[in-house]
Design a protein. Structure first.
Ligand code: DC
Length: 221
């Protein structure tokens, strides 16, 4: 069975997806980490971010290893570099590139073959797994998302303000919603879960309940 979890930055997708996968004993695929790895590898190799052919070749190359819970570049876990400022600044060019998206969509579908998977991103329910048994769209208000991110980042970015975080978030939202291919949208048949008033454990409980009812309705063991 495949459960897709889409939503904007700060909606709590990653913790929810990991928590749900842990509760079910399934695997968790973080597709944002795949776009981040292509971006980081392109920066390290000096690839021109306007060169779609080179970027797509990189995205499909065996030097980038992707498995649920695993990202390696040339055999090495990139660690916190994956979430560093250089990647954040360059990722739009990579995520906007249709040829990169094509290569990663293919890899995501191959990874999901024959397993139970919780997969999170922006286009998982709309583009990558349109026939997923359960599609969830996580939402949270602009302010709540920014406050969560501020709490996470204040310690490692001295001087950062909530207003800075809000501005960054607005830019990312516009990028994610405005891209021509794979834009962030609510899948037509998704269940929307508003996480404003839920703890992470509360979100996971809600998702576990949705999976259970979908399995009993569909007769899935
Ligand atoms: O989830 P994240 O913030 O780590 O994602 C990093 C970037 O990758 C984000 O700007 C949007 C993009 N992305 C995407 O275009 N499609 C996905 N399925 C996942 C992420």
């Amino acid at each position: 069975m495949i459960v897709t979890l889409d939503g904007p930055a700060g909606s709590g997708k990653s913790s929810a997806a990991q928590g749900l996968a842990d509760r079910l004993g399934w695997l968790h695929l973080n597709t944002g980490a795949m776009y981040r790895a292509v971006t980081l590898a392109a920066l390290r190799r000096g690839i021109d971010l306007a060169d779609a052919t080179a970027l797509a070749a990189l995205a499909g190359s065996p030097g980038l290893e992707f498995k649920p819970g695993v990202v390696r570049i040339d055999g090495v876990d990139p660690g916190k570099d994956l979430r560093g400022a250089a990647v954040n600044e360059a990722i739009k060019a990579v995520a906007d590139c249709p040829a990169v998206r094509g290569a990663l969509v293919l890899r995501q579908r191959l990874l999901a073959e024959g397993i139970d998977l919780v997969t999170e991103g922006r286009d998982q329910g709309t583009v990558v797994f349109p026939a997923a048994e359960l599609k969830v769209y996580l939402t949270a208000s602009r302010e709540v998302r920014a406050r969560r991110r501020f709490a996470e980042e204040a310690a490692r970015r001295p001087g950062i303000t909530l207003a800075d975080i809000l501005a960054e978030q607005d830019r990312r939202d516009a990028d994610d919603r405005g891209r021509q291919h794979g834009a962030l949208r609510v899948p037509a048949d998704a269940v929307e879960v508003d996480t404003d008033r839920l703890t992470c454990a509360g979100v996971v409980d809600t998702l576990v309940g949705l999976v259970a009812s979908r399995r009993s309705a569909g007769g899935v063991a």
